[in-house]
Design a protein around this ligand. Sequence first.
Ligand code: NAP
Ligand code: MG
Length: 335
Amino acid sequence: MPAKIYYDNDADLSLLKDKTIAILGYGSQGHAQAQNLRDSGCNVIVGQRKGGRNYDLAIEHGFKPLPLEDAASQADLVNILLPDEVQGDLYREFIRPNLKPGDILMCSHGFNIHFGQVTPPEGVDTLLVAPKGPGHLVRSEYVKGGGVPCLIAIGAGASQETLRMGLAYAKGIGGTRGGVMETNFAEETETDLFGEQVVLCGGVSELVKAAFETLVEAGYQPEMAYFECLHELKLIVDLFYQGGLSYMRYSVSNTAEFGDYTRGPRIINDQTRAEMKKILNEIQTGQFAREWILENKAGAPAFKAMRRRDRNLQIEDVGRRLRSLMSWIDAKEVE
Ligand code: NAP
Ligand code: MG
């Protein structure tokens, strides 16, 4: 059965007319969703802690940020747009005690609800509206008259009314302009984690690192290795994005295409596929979630060490130097 996808005509914004929506966290998703909803005519309040850049930003954007507990208690729809790893603790302390029957508890990623870190009180439905893109794009596409496609899901026992409310919300942030695909919490959470671990973040980063190091160890110039293994990846991904694998293969040389068919399966082989299944199993059984939750409870020592280690890789030094000479690419640095 093809996936169910909703568009503008399937959603009724007027369902939100007398509702107050609390956006908790004015970060990447929060700042975008709050402003889009407000521009769509919804009543939006922002819950954001004091002291950081995002608090000032919310004020600059014309909101009056409240403490999380006040925003939660004043709203009918409460959307938790805080970092996933702090949601459980903040929810138990500030949000759950302020929910009342009939409220809808929302999120943009199902991790905490699916893995039981955020549990709704009696009479509160859970709802996921997850834009499939970063917050700055959710905002900029909306401003241009477009929208970032979204996923929608309702939690166990939630009503069809909650689904309609979710479609209205998705329309308010511009999602129904791009298409809103129906899913469930398990599918959204598990496929999202799998995609980022195996392909988007984990898989691609390791592939690039290993290939770069192979060339450098064999005596080739690091700058050459950087261009071949990292820089050019964007050009290939752009072709995937426009026309799938076939269009990439149509655009590259026949030599590259022949190398693709004959060498690719030796890099991603039966052992790699078996490891993918293992990683999927760790996600499905909650083993990964447990590891990440406990890592954070311990103050994230391993996470910080791995981040430090990878920021000091040779490929990062070489890349920084080369990008600083490419004025057109809008080079970024992280501290
Ligand atoms: P984010 O940019 O990291 O923003 C988090 C916000 O929460 C910030 O305003 C931050 O305020 C606040 N915050 C952080 N720690 C806090 C604490 N201990 N107490 C109170 N407030 C705290 O988060 P995000 O990337 O938008 O992610 C929000 C949700 O959207 C997550 O569930 C994520 O999975 C989901 N999502 C994100 C994306 C994306 O592209 N980013 C895409 C789809 C879904 P300060 O400035 O004071 O730290
Ligand atoms: Mg994702």
